[in-house]
Design a protein around this ligand. Sequence first.
Ligand SMILES: [Zn+2]
Length: 492
Amino acid sequence: MELYKHQNIKIYNSLSKSKETFKSLEEGNIGMYVCGPTVYSNVHLGNVRTFMSFDLIYRYFLHLGYKVRYVRNITDAGHLENDADEGEDRISKKARLEQLEPMEVVQQYTVDFHNIMNKMNNLPPSIEPTATGHIIEQIEIIKTILEKGLAYIVDGSVYFDVLKYNETAQYGILSGRNIEDAIHNTRTLDGQSEKKNPQDFALWKKAKPEHIMRWPSPWSDGFPGWHLECTAMSTKYLGSKFDIHGGGMDLKFPHHECEIAQAKSCNQTDPVNYWMHANMLIMNGQKMAKSTGNFILPNDIFTGENTILSKAFAPSVVRFFMLQAHYRSVLDFSSEALEASEKGFFKLMEAVNNLTNIKAGRTSSINIKAWEDACYSAMNDDFNSPILIAQLFEAVRYINLLKLESATLTQEDLDRFTTLINAFVFDVLGLENNVKKDTSSQLGAVVEVLIKLRNEARANKNWALSDQIRDELLEKGIQLKDGKEGTTFSIN
Ligand SMILES: [Zn+2]
């Protein structure tokens, strides 16, 4: 079904800093690239939010009947500790510290990343290429940029010449940085660097003797600069111009700015029509940081093994919570906010379950078409999931009215309503109706009531009833123990 033909999607484009009507390069097809994780540690919760945001976008496009090629890479080489092209490779460093092969580090954290993505019900991308799998393509791009005179070689390393590029193009077009100001404000190089200008960035770095991850190239045994892999892989799988490029806000500069410069130098065209950036995640109003202890790993949220949250939260509840904020807003993660979302989640799922028992009437007293239009409008407006969720709670209200027979729907409207709710809740938002309510506290309260009734029976010397309560509870695995402080219980 080509639903997209009837929808007018607006996307906030980071390049124009405005909402633009979305039109794909090829009708019915979308090419989308999202910068994936650097697999040297467990995936950060902030990154999980970014990938989930693009999963929502991917899911909505699929729902509308688009054919999407969604490419999300794995960075398994070339990402140095800092953005100044100095320092150790993040994966090599981890491998050295833990006495592992770099590829063991890569494997361990790729598996962790995929586990978390699965738990959060993110669909896998169409292609998940790795940097190390595309060294040849990266070398070819460097050769082309050198041929164009937009890069230079120093002692086996190759650097992109930002000033030269800026003569005919605009470096800073995405991040809004003015290159002239940057040059003016930067002190001259301290002599340590081989670069002509501090703004230049590495396309290829000659490996120092201790650097483990290295490949042969026409210039030296070394490794590609971090920004290059995304240009190589997006060009290879999506072409020199494609529809959407996404990533976290922190990647806008220098990573995405450099990607534009490389691709434009190589292919003579702006590579991307719509640049999209997901905002960051903070916790309890502050930046998440291991050093301050204001930090949590995704799995620790699901198991409850942490000192930050009041209890464990299911992945689908965490997903629902994240979707209640728009992807371009800062998301504040806290126990209270998660608890509130959990209540809403169960309310929504209960309504979805109740929907199957609703019987159709002869007339419709609810305007389902208007509700449908409001849902699509929300998603068409730059994928506004919080507004869509507000519409779903409006649907919960309808379901409760229908259940009480205070409202009616014709069979046709009821079928349409049911189809749409399922589509939005499960296909588009990607929620799962498999979370069990934690009822242990309610169970404890019920046992306390029975203990109280037993005490009353004993006070009335009704030994038969008091024994019956004790024995029947024991049969169900609940053991009562009478002590000086009163009666306690244990559940086996
Ligand atoms: Zn990238």
